[in-house]
Design a binder for this molecule. Sequence first.
Ligand SMILES: C[S@@+](CC[C@H](N)C(=O)[O-])C[C@H]1O[C@@H](n2cnc3c(N)ncnc32)[C@H](O)[C@@H]1O
Length: 255
Amino acid sequence: MGNTNKYVVIKYDKELYVRLQDYGARHLPEEEQKKVMKIQNAFLPKEERDFIKQEWVASGRVQFLAKLPQETHREFLATYIPENIKNLLEVGCAQGMYLELYTKLRPEIDFTGLDQNINLVKTAVGRGFNVIEGDMHDMPFEDNSFDCIMSCDVFEHSMDPNKLLGECRRIVREDGWLVFAVPPDARVPAAWWNNPEHCWKTDMPDVYRRLEKAGFEIEHMIEYSLSQFSRAHPPSGGCEILFIARPKKLARPKK
Ligand SMILES: C[S@@+](CC[C@H](N)C(=O)[O-])C[C@H]1O[C@@H](n2cnc3c(N)ncnc32)[C@H](O)[C@@H]1O
């Protein structure tokens, strides 16, 4: 996972958000980025500020990113597909837009998709992907089936996140990976974040604790801005949190 993104921004006030949209985060002058970063740090809710330890930030275990070199959200997430894996499950793959890119970038990996929407599953299958209809809370796979589980903008739809993460733990291999992105909906009670389809309103500490409870250890947490990818997010939001976790082990050999 050789990700070379720069650390920049986490949250914006309204004016700066609009400017980011106008310019695109990647074209923001360096001075402006510093200003945004200062404001954003001040905006982080106290509970999360207390939770995020400075040493985690210093060691890169927690990163705040805005100026991403990738052109699309999918390309950004693809940089987190682990090296040396044989198979990967994408949970909530919809019609296979991520699978399309992933299979191009990593043809050596055997990809499977899962989605509960049969119409999307049919479309994905019609496009040549191995996609199965199913509920992520009760996945139709054997224990220890996958080297990696990835998911983007899906887990927040869960009505039972503990069960979901427990299911992920069951089907991922001991040496495997769980990589997923969700919006930090618990932070901002504005319209976008009140999306009723987002049953699990969460944030960094909440995901962290639930992952630990489900038997994962968290290697890396990244908060990043979506502003460069899309104009659809309102000033209150526009960011996403990404978790890279592995099954907890008493001793994992260093690679
Ligand atoms: C917001 S879309 C995200 C699709 C895709 N991952 C992306 O980022 O473009 C959420 C997807 O999760 C699927 N989904 C929601 N709840 C699910 C569940 N319980 N089990 C399986 N899939 C689910 C939906 O059918 C939908 O395709």
